[in-house]
Design a protein around this ligand. Sequence first.
Ligand code: ATP
Ligand code: MG
Length: 561
Amino acid sequence: MSTENNTPVVSNFIRSIIDEDLASGKHAAIVTRFPPEPNGYLHVGHAKSICLNFGLADDYHGHCHLRMDDTNPEKESDEYVRSIQDSIRWLGYQWDGNVRYASDYFDALYGYAVALIQAGHAYVCELTPEEMREYRGSLTEPGRDSPYRNRSVAENLDQFSRMKDGEFPDGSKTLRLKIDMASGNVNLRDPVIYRIRRVHHHRTGDKWCIYPMYDYTHCISDALEGITHSLCTLEFEDHRPLYDWVLDHIDVPCHPRQYEFSRLEMLSTLTSKRKLNALVTEGLVSGWDDPRMPTIEGMRRRGYSPAGIRLFAQRIGISKSVNIIDMSVLEGAVRESLEAEAPRIMAVLNPIKVTLTNFAEGVSASRSAPYHPHHEEFGERDVPIAREIWIERDDFAEVPPKGWQRLTPGGEVRLRYSYVIKCDEVVKDAAGEVVELKCSIDHDTLGKNPEGRKVKGVVHWVSASHAVEAEVRLYDRLFTEPRPDAVRGEDGEYVDFRQFLNANSLTVTTGYLEAAALDAPAETRYQFERLGYFVADRFDHQPGKKAVFNRAVGLRDTWSK
Ligand code: ATP
Ligand code: MG
């Protein structure tokens, strides 16, 4: 069940099917599943599927299983299994019962394979992979029957049992379903359901040297778990006849129905585990949880909130049409959720020193300010003022453009939650660079308007002696191309997506923050007023010792301009 998930429900074709199935009494309750292969970290595309499957179970008071689809032992590991669980929980969901594994069903799957052989529906084939390809035919030509197709049941049983016992070398034999080599759907041309592969499995160890194939495993796992609606992405549409064929030819407790929806693709990033894996293993990012990565762990470290990601998933919806989404939609949802969730403080990231020449100890007062204008319960803190303060370099212009409302020589501006100040003198270094502003406080402006004039501009600031220094990481798009893996060169071939990595996707700077930020626990999200949403880095921020903040997202969408 999800916690704190209060995003409004938007209907889609899958919900309509479920509504019908519940109304007709076909199902009393729904059971969905999320079936990741533990061969990488989950990404934003998986988040879509998680929000769909777990979200449906929540809304309809059903159940959602988490099942590791671990049939490819070479690429799978416990590290991935752990991170998958973390990511799902972090998104606010909890699976029903224990984590399930396709490998839990290896014995059952073997039993069903034997039953299929006994019923004359499966045979052991010895075609090499090349021959197999040749026999398979093409989209326009039917395939040909394997010379091994008509072995006797007894011979097949003997061969299959010896495959399991490790009598044959890797890849030398397969178990295939006997369906139809002339089928218009290549998935039904006697698909392989078992292959010989001597690899250590992260859970079953060396017990097996034969492993079942995905299509065969998936439908049976669904049936054994009593899944009612098996939701997957559109590339499995052509596999559905096979899903149904297998379940129609064995004795399973139920026959789940598969429904397909379009996969999420996002611009300026990648949603392929294989390519994300390449970025990690080649050191092109700092890891799966690099805040620039579209992984759930990356988004978490970046400062996105679970509610923001769920809101995004709800906004993009579920359908069968192409689902290519601009990053600004994700950022918009994150921004919207953080707007209400994040306390606000002041931070100066590109500082210029301001000396308040008439600051007087005991006279120049500090004020207390709420952490959020609409959430009293967030509390208040003191915003201390001192003789020296930092303001943002951008908030001063020696030669102001038209309509400028911030600081300029001789001009006035209000310090947020504090006094109106006037810039009396601009101090420059030998190179002519502005290094300091000498300003005076109008002591009669704390919590009230100045007499006889209007001061429109308000700037954020921090007291130099009270502020804490922080490492602040500013992130930008990971790729400069909207579709980094879909660009073709003059030769018509795909250009390597690595070429489009944004060299400026990370800027590290030193900023000055209100002191509370140093003591904040890791992963605290703030709005830095006028700058954006930031998070105390999950790993590098050390409360009370070292402040490290990541920019999650700016306050408005500047990318599209
Ligand atoms: P990849 O191609 O990146 O390796 P995958 O589909 O092989 O992804 P799985 O671990 O098998 O990854 O995915 C688990 C579930 O998440 C599947 O049901 C799959 O359909 C769904 N899923 C994966 N990628 C996306 C996506 N981009 N959009 C929506 N759902 C997705
Ligand atoms: Mg997959």
